[in-house]
Design a protein around this ligand. Structure first.
Ligand code: ADP
Ligand code: MG
Length: 338
């Protein structure tokens, strides 16, 4: 088939109603809409045909649609299925079974990285620093030792769902309150982590010509954050433009880092990308403590790439247009065509 007749089908997740969590969490679901238009532009600029379909509450229509369209490649934007982030992996698994190549990471990587605890175990096994943690599926009463402050997060979410200023806790009482909150609101265990005070970096990575390379490093600048609010990128800071947390957390790209630190961060991000079998593109989040130790917070094998995202910013800073990025990612997926 002629290159220009290639069919690219975008799959993304869409929910009208959430089964768990907070009302406002739907914002995170909606953000994906914004990016469809830009991706379409990228696809068409390559001369490819563009198709798009939302994965909603049933999988049968998706399978029928794929069989009808017979795309040469799927651009996979699904970050969850049926509102469940743990089912994210099932879309690429389905595409593997249908023998349709797709962009981004394979199911094993997506499934694994959705369990932040397992990710941390693997990192630790390789001598890579990550905040110490415990998982709780019920309240703990009291924790021994002087371990506060602590951050409490849902074990299996993304996009800072269930993370707010209340998530950083300083005593047993608020610790138990947050554990209860995660279990009741998000129907999953709570990941209780050592809180790392320090600079926060996001490292986007791209695989081109068989090599994994870092995009310009991005930093979240919390210097303007009001006193008394923990310096974290919680749900408000990430999604709610009217919030003080959003307005006072500034992404800075490229991050002002000393050369040696920049190299350490990049090296580590590449190592983590490979360790978890990420593919095409991904983002690794880290914190650097006062002593200069680098901790991995999490690995995002299917990060937000919508135009307002940090990934897209890093791509622009690198000097690539959004359409070029989309083109490169599609091209790479097509090389996997059987
Ligand atoms: N151990 C930690 N120490 C300090 N801040 C943290 C820690 N874990 C998470 N955070 C803060 O919370 C934000 C969201 O946490 P993260 O684990 O990345 O969840 P998500 O997958 O929802 O993005 C981070 O960007 C960071 O600001
Ligand atoms: Mg994160």
């Amino acid at each position: 088939m002629e290159e220009s007749n290639l069919k690219v089908a975008v799959l993304y997740n869409l929910l009208e109603r959430l089964e768990k969590g907070e009302e406002k969490d739907i914002l995170a679901e909606e953000a994906v809409h914004e990016e469809i238009g830009s991706i379409e532009e990228g696809v068409r600029s390559q001369g490819y045909q563009f198709f798009v379909m939302a994965v909603q509450n049933e999988i049968d229509p998706i399978i029928h649609w794929l069989k009808e369209i017979r795309p040469d490649v799927v651009f996979n934007l699904c970050e969850s299925v049926y509102g469940d982030a743990c089912m994210e992996m099932n879309i690429p698994a389905l595409l593997d079974l249908l023998r349709i190549p797709y962009t981004g990471s394979p199911p094993l990587t997506l499934g694994l990285c959705q369990d932040k605890g397992k990710v941390k175990d693997i990192l630790s096994s390789q001598g890579i620093l990550t905040p110490r943690y415990k998982i709780f599926d019920r309240e703990v009463g009291s924790l021994k030792g002087n371990i506060f402050p602590i951050i409490v997060k849902p074990l299996h979410e993304d996009g800072s769902l269930g993370i707010s200023k209340d998530s950083v806790v300083y005593d047993d009482e608020s610790l138990n309150r947050q554990i209860r909150y995660v279990i009741e609101k998000y129907h999953q265990p709570a990941l209780v982590e050592e809180y790392i005070e320090g600079r926060e970096l996001n490292v986007g990575l791209m695989e081109t010509n068989g090599k994994v390379g870092p995009l310009p490093i991005s930093e979240i600048d919390y210097s303007e954050f009001p006193e008394g609010i923990p310096r974290i990128c919680g749900y408000e800071a990430k999604w709610m433009q009217e919030s003080i947390e959003y307005q006072k957390s500034k992404p800075v790209c490229p991050a002002p880092l000393e050369w040696v630190m920049q190299k350490r961060v990049e090296h580590l991000a590449i190592k983590v990308f490979k360790l978890f079998g990420c593919r095409d593109y991904a983002r690794v989040d880290m914190r650097i403590d006062r002593e200069g130790k680098i901790y991995i917070l999490e690995v995002n094998p299917n990060p937000d790439i919508s135009p307002p995202s940090g990934m897209a910013r890093a791509i622009r800073v690198q000097g690539m247009t959004y359409s070029e990025f989309i083109g490169k990612v599609i091209h790479k997926a097509l090389q996997r065509k059987m």
